[in-house]
Design a binder for this molecule. Structure first.
Ligand code: SF4
Ligand code: FES
Length: 240
């Protein structure tokens, strides 16, 4: 069937404003949206710019807005977004980022927020028996958070970031939780100066938009709330 992809285009070197350009593409309902974008790039308009790499939902590079929802183009089937012949699918870059070109955004702010939560195991204690042991239950406490591919879909979906661009954002908190909940990690207080601030965990108001957008089904809002609780418990203990 034929569908129309209405894509937001912007080249900062030549365009004053972003504008939409429409492309008619022949697709199968079971094709991925990424296939349709690749078809446009190969056969209709080689100037179209977007990121992609693995094409299997692993690298996180092709997150974009598809009919107003944040998703990976390689994990979105045509039948998920267009059911009838001639239907239009609107494709836009992720929100809350400067656009570098077309669907490519500058993720520096996102990556900086990720870096400052110290996304690595912190533990200076000597290792007993050659490894730091952990039970299966302890590992499962943060299992979903290890699946994050840093695609930024949650960041774009977050309504808080629209008003508070300095908010650390959902992915950084997910990554912090991944280590705070890890029994092997001792870096709680190292991460506190970033998490326990007005732009740390507290601006989250449980909109759940991040959780809905996450292609890896991470329980983002729940993990944010658990992080808040950890911080509250820490303060309660301090006062005892
Ligand atoms: S938490 Fe989910 S949506 Fe957010 S960056 Fe990680 S994989 Fe992407
Ligand atoms: S291209 Fe790697 S996640 Fe889609």
């Amino acid at each position: 069937m034929k569908i129309i992809l209405k894509i937001q285009r912007f080249n900062p070197e030549s365009d004053a404003h972003p504008e939409y350009r429409s492309y008619t593409v022949d697709v199968e309902p079971t094709d991925r949206l990424l296939d349709a974008l690749m078809h446009i790039k190969r056969f209709q308009d080689g100037t179209l710019a977007f990121r992609k790499s693995c094409a299997h939902g692993v690298c996180g590079s092709d997150a974009m807005r598809i009919n107003g929802k944040d998703a990976l183009a390689c994990k979105t089937l045509i039948q998920d977004v267009a059911e009838t012949e001639g239907e239009t699918v609107v494709i836009e870059p992720l929100r809350h980022f400067p656009v570098q070109r077309d669907l490519i955004v500058d993720q520096t702010s996102f990556l900086n927020k990720y870096r400052i939560i110290k996304p690595y195991l912190i533990n200076d204690e000597p290792v007993a028996e050659g490894e730091r042991r952990q039970s299966q239950e302890e590992r499962m406490a943060f299992d979903d958070t290890t699946n994050c591919i840093l695609c930024s879909a949650c960041f774009s979906a977050c309504p808080v970031l629209a008003d508070r661009p300095d908010f650390i954002g959902p992915a950084a908190i997910v990554q912090a939780y991944r280590f705070l909940a890890d029994t092997r990690d001792k870096g709680f207080e190292d991460r506190l100066p970033v998490l326990d601030t007005p732009e740390g965990v507290w601006p989250c108001r449980n909109h759940f938009e991040c959780t809905k957008a996450c292609p890896r089904l991470i329980k983002i809002t729940k993990r944010i709330n658990q992080t808040k609780k950890m911080i509250q418990k820490f303060h309660e203990k301090q006062q005892e």
